[in-house]
Design a binder for this molecule. Structure first.
Ligand code: ZN
Length: 425
């Protein structure tokens, strides 16, 4: 290609990226930010936008048995082994435009660029728009990728929508997923067919912004253990009439628990563990609670994240033993819903090295980083597929409408992804 045609191809890719992100934002706009429900209207609208662009550039599209969208170069659908490249298209309710979408759009852009530049990747590439990564809708994360590897359980499919409307299994079926095979735990792909998996994603923490870096290469991903709902049950009473010693106050008990866990967290950090602990939901029953009433029960969530499985399990046991202690001391009861696990994952050394090599060639930072958030890449890695991730600088975190990725940073990351897809390890 001549320098001028190369320049115009670059310009075309840039305007295409802007166009796709704008269309996605408009088509899935919510009261604030965007809402792309897993296996729902928003996710489907996003898939349609991708299919339109893919067709416009002569790319092939298909759907797999988990209802994920697949995009390939002409003649490459079904060719193995391939490099898989993707991320998710769903968002949390009133979330941001780039969490997930950036990775799929970067992959799609890579295929478009290969067409424009008449370039042939060393190995076939399959871009995958994965379904249902966000746990916000059904309480289960990475649904599309879990289904691929036979990792969804009956209980996952029975998970009820956040509004109480229908189950995950029903929503998957509506979208054409092979729910019977998925429920039986049948893998829908052979991991041996996938030579590598690479996912570009916005960074969801503040590190790249703080260090003024546009991109970084991920070396490992934290796993987590969660309860969506733990119920602390005490006894309701009159705030003026019941003395302290006769109360079974679930609010004080929950506060004591959270305070104890916060102290343990600091201890574990001091001992050198990688760990973050969060209780993002704490609520008394709004229909019954009042200023002058000792609450009868409190619902709260629990989450611990770490790159190390032993740390996760160890802290989880500590949490349970603190619940036992506080229940006895304060005459309350703790009831737990089903624990949901997501294991940690280490990224493939050869892929990480190759990405760092390409980063050097592109004058991008040779910076490595840890992912605090879980990603579909974990599922690929734990199926034994060499996996890697690229992070893009992003302001204001994610899972909120204010996430902000600069298009120049995105194009740098997409450039790095393209090199890796064309020249994988
Ligand atoms: Zn994401």
């Amino acid at each position: 290609m001549t320098e001028t045609t190369l320049q115009s191809a670059r310009g075309e890719l840039r305007s295409l990226a802007v166009e796709i992100f704008d269309t996605l934002r408009q088509s899935t706009a919510a009261r604030r930010g965007v809402s792309r429900e897993s296996f729902g209207a928003g996710e489907n609208a996003a898939f349609e936008i991708l299919v339109d662009v893919a067709r416009r550039f002569g790319l092939e599209t298909a759907t797999d048995r988990a209802a994920n969208l697949l995009i390939s170069l002409p003649g490459q659908t079904g060719k193995t082994p391939y490099t898989a490249c993707g991320s998710h298209m769903d968002s949390v309710p009133e979330g941001g435009n780039f969490d997930g979408a950036a990775g799929v759009v970067a992959g799609l852009l890579g295929l478009v660029r290969a067409r424009l530049e008449h370039a042939e990747p060393k190995r076939p590439v399959r871009v995958i728009a994965l379904r249902g990564e966000e746990s916000a809708w059904y309480g289960k994360s990475c649904v599309g990728s879990s289904a691929l590897f036979g990792r969804l359980r009956k209980a996952d499919l029975a998970s009820v929508h956040r509004d109480g409307t229908g189950t995950l299994g029903e929503a998957m079926k509506r979208n054409g997923a092979a729910v019977d095979a998925i429920e039986a735990g049948t893998p829908l792909v052979d991991p041996a067919d996938i030579a590598g998996y690479i996912e570009l994603h916005i960074e969801q923490g503040p590190i790249l912004v703080a260090d003024s870096l546009p991109t970084a290469v991920v070396t490992s991903i934290r796993g987590n253990l969660r309860h969506r709902r733990i119920r602390c049950i005490g006894e309701a009473g009159h705030s003026g009439a019941v003395p302290r010693g006769l109360r079974n106050d679930p609010v004080m008990a929950t506060a004591a628990l959270i305070h104890a866990l916060d102290n343990h967290w600091q201890d574990w950090l001091d001992k050198g563990h990688d760990i973050v602990v969060t209780t993002g939901i704490v609520e008394t029953d709004g229909r019954a609670h009042s200023v002058s009433r000792i609450a009868g029960e409190v619902d709260f969530s629990f989450e611990v994240r770490s790159e190390d499985t032993a740390t996760l399990e160890g802290f989880y046991e500590l949490m349970r033993s603190e619940c036992d202690r506080i229940a006895a001391e304060r005459r309350v009861m703790f009831n737990f819903d089903r624990r949901v696990d997501a294991e940690p994952a280490v990224m493939d050394r050869r892929w990480v090295d190759r990405l760092l090599q390409h980063a050097r060639a592109l004058s991008l930072p040779e910076r490595t980083i840890l992912s605090g958030a879980g990603h579909d890449a974990v599922l690929f890695a734990s199926a034994g597929i060499p996996s890697a991730m690229i992070f893009i600088r992003n302001h204001n975190g994610s899972h909120n409408p204010n996430e902000a990725m600069d298009i120049d940073d995105f194009l740098k990351g997409a450039d790095l992804l393209y090199r890796a897809l064309m020249d994988p390890p």
